[in-house]
Design a protein around this ligand. Structure first.
Ligand code: BG6
Length: 521
Protein backbone atom coordinates (compact mmCIF):
# COMPACT_ATOMS: atom_id res chain seq x y z
CA UNK A 1 0.00 0.00 0.00
CA UNK A 2 1.20 3.50 -0.63
CA UNK A 3 -0.45 6.85 -0.06
CA UNK A 4 0.35 10.52 -0.56
CA UNK A 5 0.12 13.40 1.87
CA UNK A 6 -0.87 16.76 0.42
CA UNK A 7 0.48 19.89 1.95
CA UNK A 8 -1.37 23.18 2.19
CA UNK A 9 1.31 25.76 1.58
CA UNK A 10 0.92 29.24 3.04
CA UNK A 11 2.21 31.63 0.42
CA UNK A 12 0.85 34.90 1.80
CA UNK A 13 2.75 34.72 5.06
CA UNK A 14 5.18 37.65 5.44
CA UNK A 15 7.83 35.30 6.80
CA UNK A 16 7.76 33.46 3.44
CA UNK A 17 8.82 36.54 1.50
CA UNK A 18 12.39 36.32 0.31
CA UNK A 19 14.40 39.50 0.65
CA UNK A 20 16.96 41.00 -1.66
CA UNK A 21 20.46 41.29 -0.19
CA UNK A 22 22.11 44.62 0.57
CA UNK A 23 24.42 46.17 -2.06
CA UNK A 24 27.78 44.45 -2.06
CA UNK A 25 30.66 43.09 -4.10
CA UNK A 26 31.61 39.42 -3.99
CA UNK A 27 35.20 38.34 -4.58
CA UNK A 28 35.75 34.66 -5.34
CA UNK A 29 39.21 33.23 -4.72
CA UNK A 30 39.78 30.15 -6.84
CA UNK A 31 37.51 31.60 -9.52
CA UNK A 32 39.06 29.52 -12.31
CA UNK A 33 38.41 26.30 -10.37
CA UNK A 34 35.87 23.54 -10.28
CA UNK A 35 33.79 24.66 -7.28
CA UNK A 36 33.33 28.13 -8.73
CA UNK A 37 32.17 26.78 -12.10
CA UNK A 38 30.04 23.89 -10.86
CA UNK A 39 28.41 25.55 -7.86
CA UNK A 40 29.11 29.23 -7.22
CA UNK A 41 28.41 30.78 -10.64
CA UNK A 42 25.18 28.82 -11.21
CA UNK A 43 24.01 29.61 -7.66
CA UNK A 44 24.70 33.33 -8.06
CA UNK A 45 22.94 33.32 -11.40
CA UNK A 46 19.92 31.59 -9.84
CA UNK A 47 19.80 34.31 -7.16
CA UNK A 48 20.05 36.93 -9.89
CA UNK A 49 17.10 35.39 -11.75
CA UNK A 50 15.05 35.21 -8.56
CA UNK A 51 15.75 38.90 -7.87
CA UNK A 52 17.65 38.13 -4.68
CA UNK A 53 21.03 39.58 -5.63
CA UNK A 54 21.46 43.18 -4.59
CA UNK A 55 20.38 45.94 -6.99
CA UNK A 56 23.98 47.10 -7.10
CA UNK A 57 26.29 44.14 -7.20
CA UNK A 58 29.48 42.87 -8.79
CA UNK A 59 31.42 39.63 -8.72
CA UNK A 60 35.15 39.71 -9.05
CA UNK A 61 37.05 36.51 -9.72
CA UNK A 62 40.58 36.02 -8.45
CA UNK A 63 42.90 33.12 -9.33
CA UNK A 64 46.40 32.33 -10.54
CA UNK A 65 45.53 31.76 -14.21
CA UNK A 66 45.94 34.80 -16.40
CA UNK A 67 42.83 35.66 -18.38
CA UNK A 68 40.87 38.65 -19.59
CA UNK A 69 37.47 39.70 -18.27
CA UNK A 70 35.97 38.41 -21.54
CA UNK A 71 37.50 34.95 -21.16
CA UNK A 72 36.36 34.82 -17.54
CA UNK A 73 32.83 35.79 -18.55
CA UNK A 74 32.80 33.19 -21.32
CA UNK A 75 33.64 30.54 -18.67
CA UNK A 76 30.78 31.80 -16.49
CA UNK A 77 28.34 31.60 -19.39
CA UNK A 78 29.39 28.01 -20.15
CA UNK A 79 29.13 27.03 -16.48
CA UNK A 80 25.60 28.44 -16.19
CA UNK A 81 24.47 26.90 -19.46
CA UNK A 82 25.65 23.50 -18.39
CA UNK A 83 24.06 23.76 -14.91
CA UNK A 84 20.80 25.34 -16.09
CA UNK A 85 20.40 24.71 -19.84
CA UNK A 86 16.94 26.34 -20.00
CA UNK A 87 18.23 29.73 -18.84
CA UNK A 88 17.58 32.79 -20.95
CA UNK A 89 20.71 33.91 -22.87
CA UNK A 90 19.76 37.56 -22.21
CA UNK A 91 19.69 36.96 -18.46
CA UNK A 92 22.98 35.07 -18.54
CA UNK A 93 24.52 37.91 -20.48
CA UNK A 94 23.14 40.54 -18.09
CA UNK A 95 24.52 38.61 -15.12
CA UNK A 96 27.94 38.06 -16.68
CA UNK A 97 28.30 41.80 -17.35
CA UNK A 98 28.56 42.25 -13.58
CA UNK A 99 31.61 39.98 -13.42
CA UNK A 100 35.31 40.87 -13.71
CA UNK A 101 38.57 39.10 -13.11
CA UNK A 102 41.98 39.73 -11.49
CA UNK A 103 44.87 37.28 -11.66
CA UNK A 104 47.68 36.86 -9.15
CA UNK A 105 49.52 34.51 -6.83
CA UNK A 106 47.68 33.89 -3.57
CA UNK A 107 50.72 34.87 -1.49
CA UNK A 108 51.82 37.91 -3.49
CA UNK A 109 51.09 41.13 -1.56
CA UNK A 110 51.17 43.13 -4.82
CA UNK A 111 48.35 40.99 -6.20
CA UNK A 112 46.19 42.11 -3.27
CA UNK A 113 46.95 45.73 -4.00
CA UNK A 114 45.79 45.16 -7.57
CA UNK A 115 42.75 43.37 -6.20
CA UNK A 116 41.97 46.30 -3.88
CA UNK A 117 42.22 48.67 -6.83
CA UNK A 118 39.82 46.55 -8.87
CA UNK A 119 37.38 46.31 -5.98
CA UNK A 120 37.35 50.12 -5.63
CA UNK A 121 36.91 50.54 -9.38
CA UNK A 122 33.99 48.09 -9.33
CA UNK A 123 32.42 50.02 -6.42
CA UNK A 124 32.36 53.07 -8.66
CA UNK A 125 31.33 51.31 -11.88
CA UNK A 126 28.55 49.27 -10.27
CA UNK A 127 27.53 51.88 -7.68
CA UNK A 128 28.00 49.44 -4.80
CA UNK A 129 28.47 50.41 -1.18
CA UNK A 130 31.75 49.08 0.21
CA UNK A 131 30.24 45.89 1.60
CA UNK A 132 32.32 42.84 0.69
CA UNK A 133 32.05 39.09 0.65
CA UNK A 134 35.28 37.17 0.08
CA UNK A 135 34.58 33.55 -0.82
CA UNK A 136 37.59 31.27 -0.50
CA UNK A 137 36.98 28.42 -2.95
CA UNK A 138 40.61 27.40 -2.58
CA UNK A 139 42.54 24.53 -0.98
CA UNK A 140 42.49 24.82 2.85
CA UNK A 141 46.24 25.42 3.14
CA UNK A 142 45.79 28.79 1.38
CA UNK A 143 43.13 30.13 3.74
CA UNK A 144 45.37 31.73 6.36
CA UNK A 145 47.60 33.39 3.77
CA UNK A 146 44.69 34.82 1.80
CA UNK A 147 42.98 36.21 4.89
CA UNK A 148 46.19 37.71 6.19
CA UNK A 149 46.94 39.36 2.82
CA UNK A 150 43.37 40.66 2.51
CA UNK A 151 43.72 42.27 5.93
CA UNK A 152 47.08 43.80 5.04
CA UNK A 153 45.57 45.28 1.87
CA UNK A 154 42.89 46.95 4.01
CA UNK A 155 40.04 44.93 2.54
CA UNK A 156 38.59 43.28 5.65
CA UNK A 157 38.18 46.26 7.99
CA UNK A 158 34.73 47.16 9.32
CA UNK A 159 33.99 50.65 10.66
CA UNK A 160 32.96 50.85 14.32
CA UNK A 161 29.57 52.32 13.40
CA UNK A 162 28.70 49.11 11.49
CA UNK A 163 27.80 51.10 8.38
CA UNK A 164 29.59 48.67 6.06
CA UNK A 165 30.76 45.10 6.44
CA UNK A 166 33.32 42.58 5.20
CA UNK A 167 32.61 38.83 5.42
CA UNK A 168 34.86 35.92 4.60
CA UNK A 169 33.46 32.55 3.54
CA UNK A 170 35.63 29.52 4.18
CA UNK A 171 34.85 26.15 2.68
CA UNK A 172 35.40 22.92 4.60
CA UNK A 173 37.65 21.17 5.57
CA UNK A 174 38.46 23.54 8.43
CA UNK A 175 41.91 22.08 9.09
CA UNK A 176 42.87 18.41 8.93
CA UNK A 177 42.73 17.64 12.66
CA UNK A 178 42.06 19.38 15.96
CA UNK A 179 45.48 20.98 16.18
CA UNK A 180 45.51 22.39 12.65
CA UNK A 181 41.91 23.62 13.03
CA UNK A 182 42.85 25.54 16.19
CA UNK A 183 45.88 27.01 14.45
CA UNK A 184 43.80 28.01 11.44
CA UNK A 185 41.29 29.66 13.71
CA UNK A 186 43.84 31.64 15.68
CA UNK A 187 45.36 32.78 12.33
CA UNK A 188 41.94 33.98 11.15
CA UNK A 189 41.32 35.81 14.38
CA UNK A 190 44.43 37.95 13.87
CA UNK A 191 42.54 39.62 11.01
CA UNK A 192 38.84 38.92 11.47
CA UNK A 193 36.18 38.98 14.15
CA UNK A 194 34.03 35.89 14.59
CA UNK A 195 31.02 37.64 13.14
CA UNK A 196 32.96 38.12 9.89
CA UNK A 197 33.76 34.42 9.43
CA UNK A 198 31.29 32.18 7.58
CA UNK A 199 32.42 28.54 7.75
CA UNK A 200 30.46 26.86 5.04
CA UNK A 201 29.15 23.29 5.07
CA UNK A 202 26.93 22.98 2.03
CA UNK A 203 24.84 20.22 3.62
CA UNK A 204 23.36 22.84 5.93
CA UNK A 205 22.06 24.72 2.90
CA UNK A 206 20.13 21.73 1.61
CA UNK A 207 16.40 22.29 2.01
CA UNK A 208 15.82 18.82 3.29
CA UNK A 209 18.48 19.16 5.96
CA UNK A 210 16.85 22.37 7.20
CA UNK A 211 13.52 20.56 7.17
CA UNK A 212 14.74 18.41 10.06
CA UNK A 213 14.38 21.36 12.42
CA UNK A 214 10.95 22.33 11.08
CA UNK A 215 9.71 18.76 11.31
CA UNK A 216 10.90 18.40 14.87
CA UNK A 217 10.08 21.80 16.30
CA UNK A 218 7.13 23.06 14.26
CA UNK A 219 5.08 19.93 15.01
CA UNK A 220 3.97 18.71 18.39
CA UNK A 221 3.54 15.09 17.38
CA UNK A 222 7.17 14.08 17.00
CA UNK A 223 8.90 15.62 20.00
CA UNK A 224 7.22 13.42 22.66
CA UNK A 225 8.41 10.27 20.92
CA UNK A 226 11.81 11.61 19.81
CA UNK A 227 13.82 9.88 22.51
CA UNK A 228 15.20 6.62 23.87
CA UNK A 229 11.80 5.43 24.99
CA UNK A 230 10.39 5.25 21.48
CA UNK A 231 13.32 5.40 19.07
CA UNK A 232 15.10 2.10 18.54
CA UNK A 233 17.97 3.34 16.38
CA UNK A 234 18.87 5.99 13.84
CA UNK A 235 20.72 5.62 10.55
CA UNK A 236 22.27 8.31 8.42
CA UNK A 237 23.54 7.36 4.98
CA UNK A 238 25.32 9.56 2.47
CA UNK A 239 26.06 7.32 -0.49
CA UNK A 240 27.67 8.55 -3.67
CA UNK A 241 28.05 6.67 -6.93
CA UNK A 242 30.86 8.93 -8.15
CA UNK A 243 34.47 8.04 -7.41
CA UNK A 244 37.31 10.37 -6.53
CA UNK A 245 36.86 12.14 -9.90
CA UNK A 246 39.44 14.86 -10.61
CA UNK A 247 40.09 15.54 -6.90
CA UNK A 248 42.73 12.87 -6.33
CA UNK A 249 45.30 15.30 -4.90
CA UNK A 250 42.88 16.56 -2.28
CA UNK A 251 40.97 13.39 -1.50
CA UNK A 252 43.92 11.05 -1.06
CA UNK A 253 45.26 13.32 1.70
CA UNK A 254 41.89 13.58 3.40
CA UNK A 255 39.81 10.39 3.14
CA UNK A 256 36.15 9.84 3.88
CA UNK A 257 36.28 10.29 7.67
CA UNK A 258 37.60 13.84 7.39
CA UNK A 259 35.79 14.66 4.14
CA UNK A 260 32.28 13.67 5.21
CA UNK A 261 32.09 12.81 8.91
CA UNK A 262 33.83 15.79 10.49
CA UNK A 263 31.27 18.04 8.85
CA UNK A 264 28.17 16.91 6.91
CA UNK A 265 27.51 13.71 8.85
CA UNK A 266 27.99 15.27 12.29
CA UNK A 267 25.82 18.21 11.32
CA UNK A 268 22.97 15.93 10.31
CA UNK A 269 23.38 13.87 13.47
CA UNK A 270 23.26 17.08 15.56
CA UNK A 271 20.11 18.33 13.87
CA UNK A 272 18.37 15.02 14.42
CA UNK A 273 19.42 14.65 18.04
CA UNK A 274 19.79 18.18 19.48
CA UNK A 275 17.50 19.65 22.12
CA UNK A 276 15.02 22.36 21.08
CA UNK A 277 16.79 25.72 20.82
CA UNK A 278 15.26 28.66 22.70
CA UNK A 279 14.76 30.47 19.38
CA UNK A 280 15.63 30.19 15.73
CA UNK A 281 18.45 32.71 16.12
CA UNK A 282 21.90 31.73 14.84
CA UNK A 283 23.55 31.34 18.21
CA UNK A 284 20.62 29.64 19.89
CA UNK A 285 20.57 26.93 17.21
CA UNK A 286 24.32 26.56 17.16
CA UNK A 287 24.53 26.39 20.98
CA UNK A 288 22.27 23.34 20.94
CA UNK A 289 24.09 21.64 18.09
CA UNK A 290 27.42 22.09 19.83
CA UNK A 291 26.00 20.85 23.13
CA UNK A 292 24.89 17.74 21.27
CA UNK A 293 28.29 17.22 19.63
CA UNK A 294 29.90 17.46 23.03
CA UNK A 295 27.61 14.76 24.36
CA UNK A 296 28.61 12.24 21.68
CA UNK A 297 30.53 9.45 23.37
CA UNK A 298 34.24 9.54 22.45
CA UNK A 299 35.21 6.47 20.44
CA UNK A 300 37.10 3.91 22.52
CA UNK A 301 40.72 3.61 21.43
CA UNK A 302 40.59 -0.12 22.15
CA UNK A 303 38.51 -2.32 19.87
CA UNK A 304 37.92 0.61 17.56
CA UNK A 305 37.18 -1.81 14.76
CA UNK A 306 33.99 -2.79 16.59
CA UNK A 307 32.84 0.83 16.27
CA UNK A 308 34.10 1.87 12.87
CA UNK A 309 34.58 0.15 9.51
CA UNK A 310 36.94 1.60 6.91
CA UNK A 311 36.65 0.63 3.27
CA UNK A 312 38.14 1.41 -0.11
CA UNK A 313 36.48 0.71 -3.43
CA UNK A 314 37.88 -1.82 -5.81
CA UNK A 315 36.87 -2.23 -9.45
CA UNK A 316 33.23 -2.94 -10.20
CA UNK A 317 30.17 -1.86 -12.20
CA UNK A 318 28.00 1.20 -11.72
CA UNK A 319 24.95 1.77 -13.89
CA UNK A 320 26.10 -1.04 -16.18
CA UNK A 321 29.51 0.57 -16.69
CA UNK A 322 32.86 -0.91 -15.64
CA UNK A 323 34.76 1.38 -13.26
CA UNK A 324 38.29 1.09 -11.91
CA UNK A 325 39.24 0.64 -8.28
CA UNK A 326 40.51 3.52 -6.16
CA UNK A 327 44.16 2.51 -6.53
CA UNK A 328 43.85 2.69 -10.32
CA UNK A 329 42.30 6.15 -10.38
CA UNK A 330 44.37 8.85 -12.00
CA UNK A 331 46.63 10.54 -9.46
CA UNK A 332 46.19 7.85 -6.78
CA UNK A 333 49.02 5.55 -5.81
CA UNK A 334 48.09 1.83 -6.21
CA UNK A 335 49.09 1.19 -2.59
CA UNK A 336 47.12 4.11 -1.13
CA UNK A 337 45.42 3.21 2.15
CA UNK A 338 43.05 6.19 2.14
CA UNK A 339 39.50 5.16 3.01
CA UNK A 340 36.67 5.94 0.60
CA UNK A 341 34.00 4.50 2.90
CA UNK A 342 33.32 4.62 6.63
CA UNK A 343 30.52 3.16 8.70
CA UNK A 344 30.49 4.04 12.38
CA UNK A 345 28.37 3.56 15.46
CA UNK A 346 27.79 6.63 17.61
CA UNK A 347 26.14 7.01 21.01
CA UNK A 348 24.89 10.22 22.52
CA UNK A 349 25.41 10.29 26.24
CA UNK A 350 22.51 12.37 27.46
CA UNK A 351 19.10 11.70 29.01
CA UNK A 352 17.26 11.77 25.72
CA UNK A 353 19.41 9.31 23.79
CA UNK A 354 21.19 7.07 26.26
CA UNK A 355 21.61 3.61 24.72
CA UNK A 356 20.20 4.48 21.26
CA UNK A 357 22.72 3.66 18.52
CA UNK A 358 23.23 6.10 15.68
CA UNK A 359 24.69 4.26 12.69
CA UNK A 360 26.31 6.53 10.12
CA UNK A 361 27.82 5.49 6.78
CA UNK A 362 29.17 7.32 3.81
CA UNK A 363 31.20 6.25 0.82
CA UNK A 364 32.10 6.76 -2.78
CA UNK A 365 31.39 4.42 -5.70
CA UNK A 366 28.39 2.94 -3.93
CA UNK A 367 25.40 1.51 -5.77
CA UNK A 368 23.60 4.84 -6.10
CA UNK A 369 23.53 8.41 -4.92
CA UNK A 370 21.38 8.57 -1.84
CA UNK A 371 21.42 10.67 1.32
CA UNK A 372 18.83 9.82 3.92
CA UNK A 373 18.13 9.82 7.61
CA UNK A 374 16.13 6.94 9.01
CA UNK A 375 14.50 6.99 12.44
CA UNK A 376 13.38 3.50 13.37
CA UNK A 377 10.90 3.38 16.21
CA UNK A 378 10.48 0.58 18.71
CA UNK A 379 8.01 -2.14 17.93
CA UNK A 380 4.65 -2.22 19.70
CA UNK A 381 5.03 -3.75 23.15
CA UNK A 382 2.37 -6.40 22.55
CA UNK A 383 2.26 -8.52 19.36
CA UNK A 384 -1.52 -8.91 19.35
CA UNK A 385 -1.68 -9.03 15.51
CA UNK A 386 1.02 -11.66 15.16
CA UNK A 387 -1.18 -14.02 13.11
CA UNK A 388 -2.48 -11.20 10.90
CA UNK A 389 0.98 -10.00 10.04
CA UNK A 390 2.49 -13.44 9.65
CA UNK A 391 5.02 -12.89 12.43
CA UNK A 392 6.55 -9.92 14.21
CA UNK A 393 5.21 -6.56 13.17
CA UNK A 394 7.73 -4.37 11.38
CA UNK A 395 8.74 -1.20 13.20
CA UNK A 396 7.43 2.22 12.20
CA UNK A 397 10.08 4.05 10.26
CA UNK A 398 10.42 7.73 9.43
CA UNK A 399 12.67 8.39 6.46
CA UNK A 400 13.95 11.87 5.68
CA UNK A 401 15.24 11.80 2.11
CA UNK A 402 17.91 14.46 1.79
CA UNK A 403 18.59 13.67 -1.88
CA UNK A 404 17.68 12.71 -4.53
CA UNK A 405 13.87 12.56 -4.66
CA UNK A 406 13.80 14.96 -1.70
CA UNK A 407 11.01 14.43 0.78
CA UNK A 408 10.03 12.21 3.65
CA UNK A 409 7.98 9.14 4.35
CA UNK A 410 6.48 7.39 7.30
CA UNK A 411 6.01 3.67 7.31
CA UNK A 412 3.00 2.43 9.23
CA UNK A 413 1.13 -0.83 9.61
CA UNK A 414 -2.51 -0.80 8.48
CA UNK A 415 -5.35 -3.17 7.81
CA UNK A 416 -5.65 -4.43 4.28
CA UNK A 417 -9.16 -4.30 2.74
CA UNK A 418 -11.28 -7.39 3.20
CA UNK A 419 -12.98 -9.51 5.80
CA UNK A 420 -9.76 -10.89 7.30
CA UNK A 421 -7.57 -9.09 9.84
CA UNK A 422 -4.69 -8.86 7.48
CA UNK A 423 -1.98 -6.22 7.89
CA UNK A 424 0.22 -4.54 5.36
CA UNK A 425 2.84 -1.80 5.42
CA UNK A 426 1.68 1.60 4.30
CA UNK A 427 4.10 4.29 3.25
CA UNK A 428 2.84 7.86 3.61
CA UNK A 429 5.12 9.89 1.53
CA UNK A 430 5.79 13.53 0.79
CA UNK A 431 7.79 14.33 -2.32
CA UNK A 432 9.16 17.82 -2.56
CA UNK A 433 8.83 17.99 -6.32
CA UNK A 434 5.21 16.77 -6.37
CA UNK A 435 4.04 19.22 -3.74
CA UNK A 436 5.98 22.30 -4.82
CA UNK A 437 6.26 21.52 -8.53
CA UNK A 438 9.99 22.32 -8.53
CA UNK A 439 13.23 20.81 -7.34
CA UNK A 440 14.70 22.32 -4.19
CA UNK A 441 17.17 25.15 -4.85
CA UNK A 442 20.83 24.27 -4.69
CA UNK A 443 22.36 24.59 -1.23
CA UNK A 444 24.82 27.23 -2.43
CA UNK A 445 21.99 29.58 -3.39
CA UNK A 446 20.68 29.62 0.13
CA UNK A 447 24.09 29.89 1.76
CA UNK A 448 25.46 32.65 -0.49
CA UNK A 449 22.27 34.60 0.05
CA UNK A 450 22.56 34.14 3.82
CA UNK A 451 26.13 35.46 3.78
CA UNK A 452 24.96 38.60 1.99
CA UNK A 453 22.13 38.95 4.52
CA UNK A 454 24.53 38.42 7.42
CA UNK A 455 22.72 35.35 8.76
CA UNK A 456 25.11 32.85 10.34
CA UNK A 457 22.52 30.26 11.43
CA UNK A 458 23.55 27.73 8.78
CA UNK A 459 27.30 28.17 9.24
CA UNK A 460 29.71 26.48 11.59
CA UNK A 461 30.84 28.34 14.66
CA UNK A 462 34.41 28.08 15.96
CA UNK A 463 33.49 25.99 19.02
CA UNK A 464 31.48 23.62 16.81
CA UNK A 465 34.50 22.98 14.63
CA UNK A 466 36.52 22.28 17.74
CA UNK A 467 33.89 19.93 19.18
CA UNK A 468 33.71 17.99 15.90
CA UNK A 469 37.47 17.63 15.55
CA UNK A 470 37.78 16.58 19.22
CA UNK A 471 35.63 13.58 18.35
CA UNK A 472 37.10 12.84 14.93
CA UNK A 473 40.84 13.31 15.61
CA UNK A 474 41.46 10.47 18.13
CA UNK A 475 39.96 8.00 15.64
CA UNK A 476 42.29 9.26 12.91
CA UNK A 477 45.23 8.93 15.25
CA UNK A 478 44.28 5.38 16.21
CA UNK A 479 43.89 4.37 12.59
CA UNK A 480 47.23 5.93 11.73
CA UNK A 481 49.21 4.43 14.58
CA UNK A 482 47.58 1.02 14.91
CA UNK A 483 46.75 -0.86 11.69
CA UNK A 484 44.50 -3.25 13.62
CA UNK A 485 42.30 -0.37 14.77
CA UNK A 486 41.14 0.46 11.27
CA UNK A 487 41.88 -2.30 8.78
CA UNK A 488 40.96 -1.36 5.23
CA UNK A 489 38.19 -3.51 3.73
CA UNK A 490 37.95 -3.54 -0.05
CA UNK A 491 34.45 -3.37 -1.51
CA UNK A 492 33.43 -3.68 -5.13
CA UNK A 493 32.36 -0.45 -6.77
CA UNK A 494 28.58 -0.58 -7.20
CA UNK A 495 27.94 -2.31 -3.86
CA UNK A 496 26.81 -0.65 -0.63
CA UNK A 497 30.24 -0.93 1.00
CA UNK A 498 32.20 -3.69 2.69
CA UNK A 499 30.51 -6.61 4.43
CA UNK A 500 31.85 -5.25 7.72
CA UNK A 501 29.38 -2.38 7.44
CA UNK A 502 26.47 -4.84 7.50
CA UNK A 503 28.11 -6.72 10.37
CA UNK A 504 28.45 -3.54 12.40
CA UNK A 505 24.65 -3.53 12.60
CA UNK A 506 23.77 -7.20 12.37
CA UNK A 507 26.06 -7.92 15.35
CA UNK A 508 23.53 -5.93 17.39
CA UNK A 509 20.43 -7.31 15.71
CA UNK A 510 19.93 -4.35 13.35
CA UNK A 511 20.24 -3.85 9.59
CA UNK A 512 20.55 -0.96 7.15
CA UNK A 513 17.09 -0.01 5.95
CA UNK A 514 15.85 -0.82 2.47
CA UNK A 515 13.09 1.48 1.30
CA UNK A 516 9.84 0.02 0.09
CA UNK A 517 10.09 -0.76 -3.59
CA UNK A 518 13.86 -0.29 -3.63
CA UNK A 519 16.15 -3.03 -4.79
CA UNK A 520 18.36 -4.53 -2.11
CA UNK A 521 21.91 -3.29 -2.01
C1 BG6 B 1 31.80 17.44 -0.36
C2 BG6 B 1 32.86 16.38 -0.34
O1 BG6 B 1 31.84 18.20 0.81
O2 BG6 B 1 30.52 16.83 -0.47
C3 BG6 B 1 32.77 15.52 -1.59
O3 BG6 B 1 34.13 17.00 -0.27
C4 BG6 B 1 31.38 14.97 -1.76
O4 BG6 B 1 33.72 14.46 -1.54
C5 BG6 B 1 30.34 16.07 -1.65
O5 BG6 B 1 31.32 14.36 -3.04
C6 BG6 B 1 28.94 15.49 -1.63
O6 BG6 B 1 28.02 16.54 -1.75
P1 BG6 B 1 26.57 16.29 -2.38
O7 BG6 B 1 25.90 17.59 -2.23
O8 BG6 B 1 26.79 15.87 -3.80
O9 BG6 B 1 25.96 15.18 -1.57
Amino acid sequence: MTGDVHLQVKVDDASCVEVRAEDCGLVIFGASGDLAHRKLFPALFALFVRGLLPDNFFMLGFARSEMSDETFRAGIVTAIQSAAPQSSPEQINAFSQQCRYVSGAYDDPDAYLRLAESVHRCDVDFCTRPNRVFHLATPPQLVSTIVERLGAAGLTGEPEDGSTWARVVIEKPFGRDLQSALEMDSGLRQTLRQRQIYRMDHYLGKETVQTILMLRFANAVFEPIWNRRYVDFVQITVAESIGVEHRAGYYDQIGCWRDMFQNHMLQMLSLVAMEPPISFEADAVRDEKIKLMRSIRPFPTENLNRWTVRGQYGPGRIDGREVVGYGDEQGISPDSTTETFVAAKFFVDNWRWQGVPFFLRSGKRLARKLSQIVITFKKPPLAMFRSASGGDLPANVLVLRVQPDEGMSLRLEAKQPGTRVCLGTLEMSFKYREVFGIDPPDAYERLLHDVMLGDQTLFWRRDGVEAAWSLITPVLESWETNPEAGPLHLYPAGSMGPAGSEELLSGEGYGWLQLLGQRAS
